[in-house]
Design a binder for this molecule. Structure first.
Ligand code: SF4
Length: 267
């Protein structure tokens, strides 16, 4: 059960049954794209064309994109259309690549598999931004088409993780271990939220785990901000983090330094 389902206050928007395979995933060559845009910096190396896939099974309290949660929304697009978009930016993307995010892109795993394959055939670097909960859906062959995984681990303590996301932590850790076994490059992403994810012993626990994996190329500490709040209100959802503040620069540096102490390249 998701956190949203447990909370009596989050009722204004009907949310999908989240742990069932989604029926629209049957056709591998088409999927639901919430939106897409170019970006530079956080979504992988170089300039990226970023596709936001619709649907997410988590309900993170600090989610900046709750408008991506519903599975069948946005634009129905074919793999051909995605490739066409990528070709439009091809000269720039040769120094960067294509990133699939969401939502949770693994909600539409068959479509994602086809899209990744096509991007590799077209010669693009590929990145997958995922919370890892559905990592078991990624077969080894699919992993070969993912040049970089941006893995969001949202908390180190399983209870806190459940409270924060509505889901269990273990599937994400299992996926992280598997990526390490397969020696797939990973950028770890950690959202720093004062009062929720800033406990130093928890960050140390995660840093120690990440360092033990041997495939974490970089750690992004992402300071929490309130910019997603308006979307929650527009969707009629109760936003529970009104009272929280963004971390100070010093607090962010402290978290970065904690990861760095364990030998990780943290920024
Ligand atoms: S996994 Fe991402 S998109 Fe899904 S609820 Fe969490 S922050 Fe939002």
């Amino acid at each position: 059960m998701s956190h949203a389902e447990k909370s009596s206050s989050v009722t204004a928007v009907e949310l999908p049954i989240l742990d069932q395979p989604v029926s629209h995933d049957a056709a591998a060559d088409e999927g639901w794209i919430h939106s897409f845009e170019t970006s530079a910096g956080l979504d992988g190396p170089g300039l990226r064309l970023v596709f936001f896939l619709s649907g997410c099974m988590m309900r993170c309290l600090y989610c900046h994109n709750p408008d991506t949660w519903k599975p069948q929304q946005g634009r129905r697009m074919s793999v051909d259309e995605l490739a066409q978009e990528a070709r439009r930016y091809a000269p720039l993307l040769r120094q960067g690549g294509v990133t699939f995010t969401g939502g949770e892109p693994l909600m539409q795993v068959s479509f994602l598999r086809s899209a990744l394959r096509r991007m590799k055939e077209e010669g693009f670097h590929t990145a997958l931004d995922t919370a890892g909960f559905l990592g078991d859906r990624v077969e080894d062959a699919m992993l070969e088409d993912i040049d970089l995984v941006l893995l969001d681990i949202k908390h180190w303590d399983p209870e806190h993780y459940l409270h924060l996301t509505g889901k269990e932590l273990e599937p994400t850790l299992r996926f992280a271990r598997r990526l390490a076994e397969k020696q797939r490059p990973v950028w770890l992403r950690y959202v720093l939220v004062p009062g929720l994810t800033d406990q130093s012993e928890q960050i140390e626990g995660l840093a120690s785990f990440a360092a033990s994996l041997g495939n974490i190329e970089r750690v992004d500490v992402l300071p929490f901000h309130q910019m997603g709040k308006t979307k929650w209100k527009e969707l009629g959802l109760k936003y529970e983090l009104d009272a929280l503040r963004a971390p100070t620069a010093a607090e962010t540096v402290q978290a970065v330094n904690t990861f760095a102490r364990f030998g990780l390249h943290a920024v």
